[in-house]
Design a protein around this ligand. Structure first.
Ligand code: CP
Length: 319
């Protein structure tokens, strides 16, 4: 594997999940695979889970890790081609990515969308240029539109804990005070749609009107605006806020009552509740769920290590 940016970079998702669960049982079984290999993690935005879990995964594989907060510690980056750099930007991504590729065997990059211009964000220009110019395998640590390491960890968590052959998985929009990217729900949706195609689960998305996700990531999903109906019989509920894709980057007005709380579990199949974290307590998700037996959020965050380790292992095997 030379690139991990989407479910479309994975031939066999079930094999990758199985590999991750094997690594969870034997974390140090491939400690020699990464010997004398360096992973570089480049962040243009904050992170807790992605940063630490990917470092831990690399350490388990025997790799050395270098982390750079490029937004704070690097030269101001120019990403456009054909510009005269007589303004505030100091280094072009062409040189910056190429140089990082000289120091690292695998690179990861996190770069959020600006949420001003949909075409610009959805073209994934920065991520694609980074991949093109660094000349080493690249793992997405969350791009403008997708967060595949999170979604792989989510699928691992569902496969590991499901109690029925084909569980009902519901992605539900939740309130938030800020405009958040669509990367996590887009990504969760494309992974769940693939899993549904492979008969692993049934997938439903529920959101208020105006919060439709891009159709490129939701093919095959059942989509509704009725949360009560959607949650009936659910085995897994994935709670997440996102800003509008249609009215790009906007927080639209919505009726109250979209926060996930214990009362909403009544008509589910004693559903397990997931969230990628960080979560705004009692705004997106009630504390009574987060602190109770139905919450999978810490388990899910723990599985980020095995998702990253399975992907890095595949990349090391092709280095
Ligand atoms: N879920 C997730 O990616 O967390 P961080 O933003 O803290 O990495």
């Amino acid at each position: 594997m030379k690139l991990f940016s989407s479910v479309n970079d994975v031939n066999d998702i079930q094999k990758l999940v199985a590999e991750a669960l094997e690594l969870k049982k034997s974390p140090y079984a491939y400690q020699d695979l990464g010997k004398n290999k360096t992973l570089g993690l480049v962040f243009l935005n904050p992170s807790l889970r992605t940063r630490l879990s990917t470092q831990k995964a690399a350490i388990n594989l025997g790799m050395s890790v270098m982390v750079m907060n490029l937004d704070k510690e690097g030269w101001a980056l120019e990403t456009e081609d054909g510009v005269v750099m007589n303004g505030s930007t100091v280094e072009h991504i062409r040189e910056a990515a190429a140089v990082m590729g000289q120091y690292c065997d695998i690179l990861g990059i996190r770069s959020f969308p600006k949420l001003h211009n949909r075409e610009e964000d959805y073209s994934e220009g920065l991520f694609k240029k980074f991949v093109k110019f660094c000349n080493v395998p690249v793992v997405s640590l969350e791009s403008a539109t997708l967060h595949p390491l999170q979604s792989l960890a989510d699928l691992i968590t569902i496969q590991e804990t499901k109690a029925t052959f084909r569980p009902k998985v519901v992605l539900t929009w939740a309130p938030h005070v800020k405009a958040l990217p669509q990367a996590v729900p887009n990504s969760f949706s494309e992974w769940m749609c693939r899993a549904q195609q492979e008969n692993l689960l049934d997938f439903t998305i529920v959101h208020p009107e105006g919060y439709e996700l891009s159709e490129q990531f939701t093919q095959g999903a059942n989509i509704t605006n009725n949360q009560e109906e959607a949650l009936k019989g659910a085995d897994f509920i994935y709670v997440k806020n996102w800003s509008s894709y249609k009215e790009y980057g906007k927080v639209l007005t919505y009726k109250d009552g979209w926060m996930m709380d214990s009362a909403k579990l009544t008509n589910t199949n004693n559903a397990k509740v997931m969230h990628c974290l960080p979560v705004r307590r009692d705004l997106e998700l009630a504390s009574e769920i987060l602190d109770g037996p139905n919450s999978l959020v810490i388990h899910e965050a723990g599985n980020r290590v095995w998702a990253a380790q399975a992907v890095l292992k595949e990349m090391l095997l092709s280095c």
